[in-house]
Ligand binder design. Structure first.
Ligand SMILES: [Zn+2]
Length: 464
């Protein structure tokens, strides 16, 4: 709920802009439909996502040809207008757009950089559901960002789409921000003999078309796609349906197989700490992509770079990290990228808990080791509660994020800490912010925790 002071300022200063929420139809009738904003308003990435609508579901019917690297198909996007809309944006990077329709009628579509501006034949009214169909094709781009190469990889036997925060717009038209999660159906047609693996449940399969359904809402960057020569294994464990996909050419295949083999054990362990696993499906994808130097928590099916499987400990730990994100990052997607410590701090803390369980030192010992870093170490110089777009995946966000979690646990005690985690993860599907996390921690602990969070999240210096 907005605070009264904000409403008052709104009424006094920005009457026109506030009018639609305060007096609804009257103001709309005066102003008429207006274009949706080109960005969702994330200060780190102003053009990511779009304003004016909320997506419920994506259906992608696509084909990929590994001999030409061309991806082609149709995106069907079901959304609801959050204002009276004369036009709206989709994010789409570098592909050619064919026919575009809204609610069955042809719509005008114009490229403006990585934005596709769609003008429906008739304006869309506030709250109206509408369906946009976009035909598109082209050779999707590999990006070069905070991790090095990411986005859409063209591999020796197919393709791999994986990245954060940017990947989705390289291969489908999208409201590309985690604050607008949606359900997905992805039907991928590939040459016979190749596999196509994405998130969720394999709903249908023919010789050449693999259809995956994610019935639980998902942030756009968490949609993954792996096409190629894969050993796909389907099994059930602990009440979950698993699909693992391993490229037989992966270096460290035996380690990767063994680490993925521990997934049910890891899910059970983390469920004991965080609460029930938030999805109905699980599994992992390991592709042979030498230039991919990272792993990502794709919802229900993380994608791992092969470098992590050089040794069994590193292999197990990366699987723990990405599965932990299913609770922290996936089922509670960020409202703004600034709060990334909530994702990476908890995923790293899960690694520490796992190491303790495996006899590789306690969490207290790990905390002490990290605390022993000298005050002049650049490790302490980042404000991890506001690391900036270039600092999103700085090592300090991960490790000091985990230290924040442990400092909180010590501060409020194990019992309150346990209740906080399960209360937080029980709000599955809701957006996550640091402010909400702090408020919940204070509610569970029954006291003010401003000083603790200010020390750990907002201070670019070693805590005293
Ligand atoms: Zn992570």
């Amino acid at each position: 709920m907005p605070r009264p002071a904000a409403l008052l300022a709104c009424a006094l200063v920005l009457l026109a802009a506030c009018a639609p929420t305060t007096v609804g139809g009257t103001a709309s009738a005066v102003r008429g439909p207006t274009p949706g904003a080109p960005g969702v308003g994330d200060p780190y990435f102003p053009l990511d996502g779009n304003g004016g609508y909320d997506v419920q579901d994506y259906r992608l019917d696509i084909a990929y040809d590994p001999t030409t690297d061309v991806l082609s198909g149709t995106a069907t996007i079901t959304a609801r207008a959050t204002q009276d809309l004369s036009s709206f944006h989709l994010d789409l990077s570098g592909l050619d757009v064919g026919e575009v329709g809204v609610d069955g009628a042809p719509a005008a579509a114009v490229r403006e950089g990585d934005e596709l501006v769609v003008t429906p034949a008739a304006p869309l009214a506030l709250d109206a559901p509408f369906t946009t169909v976009v035909g598109y094709s082209g050779v999707p781009r590999t990006l070069d960002d905070l991790f090095g190469p990411s986005g859409f990889f063209h591999t020796d036997d197919g393709a791999l789409a994986v990245g954060q925060p940017d990947v989705a717009a390289t291969w489908y038209p999208v409201n590309d921000h985690p604050s607008d999660p949606a359900t997905y159906t992805v039907a991928v047609t590939v040459p016979a003999g190749l596999a196509a693996v994405s998130n969720g449940v394999l709903a249908e399969r023919t010789d050449t078309t693999w259809t995956w359904r994610s019935a639980e809402p998902m942030a756009s960057y968490l949609l993954g796609l792996a096409i190629g020569d894969f050993d796909v294994r389907e099994y059930e464990a602990g009440g979950l349906r698993y699909w693992d996909a391993l490229d037989p050419d992966v270096p460290g295949l035996a380690v990767a197989t063994a680490s993925l083999g521990r997934q049910p054990e890891i899910v059970e362990f983390l469920s004991g700490v965080f609460g029930p696993y938030p999805f109905t499906a699980a599994g992992g994808i390991v592709d042979d992509v030498p230039e991919m130097g990272f792993a990502l928590e794709n919802q229900t099916r993380p994608i791992y770079g092969s470098t992590f499987f050089d040794d069994p400990v590193s292999g197990d730990v990366v699987v723990v990290h990405e599965i932990a994100h299913q609770w922290f990052g996936d089922s509670r997607p960020l409202e703004r990228w600034q709060d990334i410590w909530l994702n990476e701090g908890f995923a790293t803390y899960a690694e520490w808990l796992w190491d303790e369980r495996e006899g590789r030192g306690t969490v207290d010992e790990r905390f002490a080791t990290e605390t022993a870093r000298p005050a002049g170490d650049p490790f302490w110089a980042l404000r991890i509660g506001d690391p900036g777009p270039d600092g999103l995946f700085d090592d300090a966000v991960y490790v000091r994020g985990a230290m924040t979690v442990h400092a909180l646990r010590r501060g409020i005690g194990d019992e309150a800490f346990g209740r906080l985690l399960t209360a937080w993860t029980a709000r599955a599907g809701e957006g996550a912010t640091t402010a909400e996390f702090v408020a919940l921690a204070e509610e569970v602990a029954g006291r003010d925790l401003d000083a603790l969070f200010a020390t750990w999240l907002d201070t670019p210096a070693k805590p005293a």
